[in-house]
Unconditional design. Structure first.
Lengths: 188, 188
DNA sequence: CATCTGACTGGACACGTGTCCAACTTATGT
DNA sequence: ACATAAGTTGGACACGTGTCCAGTCAGATG
C-alpha cells in the first residue's frame, strides 16, 4: 500500500497506478513535457482519462509524483568522503548527476512543484525534507540548523537556475562545490 | 519608446500598454493570480482580448513584465552599510520587503519566470542581471565571480522557497542575513 | 476633402484542463 | 451462484488558452 498518490492505493489499484506512472515516465522521455497530456499518458497506460484523474490530480501532481519516486527509489543516500564538506559536495554532485540523467523530468518538476495543488504540496514537503535529510546525513556532527539552512538555500537556488535553463544540471555539481565549501567554511 | 513588451511600443500603443499593465496590476491585487485571466485584464483595461494579446504573449509574460517594471521603477538600488556584508544584507532585506509588499505579484512571478516562452526568457535574463548588478554594487571591491555566484544562488533559493510558500517574504531578510554573512566570510 | 494606415474589435477556432455521471465490467464474499 | 462492492469507461461539460482574420474606426498625410 502507498499513500503517495491521490488516495491510499492497494491491490488492483496499485497496479493501475504503476502502469500510469510508468506511462507518464515513458511519455515524458518520448515527447517531452510540453507535449505531454494527461489524456495521452492515460492512453499509453491503456486506461481512460477519467480513470487517470482518479489517481492523479493534475499534470503537476503527476510530475511531482514521478520525481518523488525517482528520488526515493533511484537515488540512494550515499555518504562518501572524509570531511563534512566533501560529503556535502558528494551529495550535490550526485543530485546534479541524477537530474542530468532525466532532463525531461527535471524540467517538468521545477515548475510543477510550485503549484498550489494540495497533492503537490504534500510531495513538495516530502521532497524538501528529503533534501534536508541528505545534507544532515552528510554533515554528521557538523550539522547545525543555520548551516543546513544555508546549504538548502544554495541548493534550491541551483535547482531554480537549472530549471530556468540558466545553468545545466551537469554544471550544477561544479558550480556548487565552491559554494558549499564557502558556506561550510563560513559557519566554522 | 519601450522594448520591454512584445514589440517596440510608442505613441498610442504605449498608452494602451500602460493601461493594460495597470489593469493587470489591479486585477492581480483584486482577484489574485489564480483567478486572473488575460481576458479579464483586457476588459478591465477597456480593451479587447485580441488587442491584449498584441501586447502580451501570455499570462506568464504579463507577470514577468509587471515584475520587471516593479523592480526597475519601484525598487531603487540602494547601497547602504559600512561593510560589504552589511551592504549585501541591506539588498536582500530590501528585496524581501519589496516582495512582501506585493504578495500577489511575487506569487505570480515565481512560476511565471520558469516559462519557456521567449518573451519571458528575455525578461528572465534581464531580471537575473539586475540581481547580479545589485549584489555587485553592494560588494564593491569585494566582488568576485565566485562570491557573486554563491550569493545569487542563495538568493534564488530564497526566492524559490518563498515562491513555494515554505518561507514568507517577510522572513526572507532574516533567513538570509546569516547565510550572506557565512558566504562572504567563507570567501575571505 | 479623400485617402491611407495603424490600432482596435468581435467572434470563431482548435486545443487542453479537470469534473461529473450513468452504465458497464470485474472481483469478492456468502 | 449471485448480490454487492470496487474499478473502469465514454462522453459531455464549463472553462481558459492563444491564434486568426475580416471589418471598423480615428487620425495623420496628401
Amino acid at each position: 500500500m502507498s499513500t503517495t498518490a491521490r488516495q491510499a492505493v492497494d491491490g488492483r489499484r496499485a497496479e493501475t497506478l504503476g502502469r500510469l506512472l510508468l506511462a507518464g515516465s515513458d511519455e515524458l522521455r518520448a515527447t517531452g513535457y510540453e507535449a505531454l497530456t494527461i489524456r495521452s499518458v492515460a492512453t499509453r497506460a491503456g486506461v481512460s482519462a477519467a480513470t487517470a484523474y482518479t489517481y492523479v490530480a493534475s499534470k503537476n501532481h503527476l510530475f511531482a509524483e514521478l520525481f518523488w519516486r525517482y528520488l526515493d527509489h533511484e537515488v540512494p543516500q550515499v555518504v562518501s568522503g572524509d570531511t563534512p564538506v566533501a560529503r556535502v559536495q558528494a551529495v550535490t554532485r550526485q543530485m546534479g548527476a541524477a537530474l542530468a540523467a532525466v532532463p525531461e523530468l527535471a524540467a517538468a518538476v521545477t515548475p510543477a512543484l510550485l503549484s498550489s495543488d494540495p497533492d503537490v504540496e504534500r510531495l513538495r514537503l516530502r521532497i524538501g525534507a528529503d533534501f534536508v535529510h541528505r545534507f544532515e546525513a552528510a554533515l554528521g556532527d557538523a550539522a547545525t540548523p543555520a548551516l543546513l539552512d544555508a546549504l538548502v538555500l544554495a541548493f534550491s537556488g541551483a535547482l531554480l537556475q537549472a530549471g530556468m535553463g540558466v545553468m545545466t544540471y551537469t554544471d550544477m555539481g561544479d558550480r556548487l562545490d565552491p559554494v558549499v565549501a564557502a558556506i561550510v567554511a563560513g559557519h566554522a
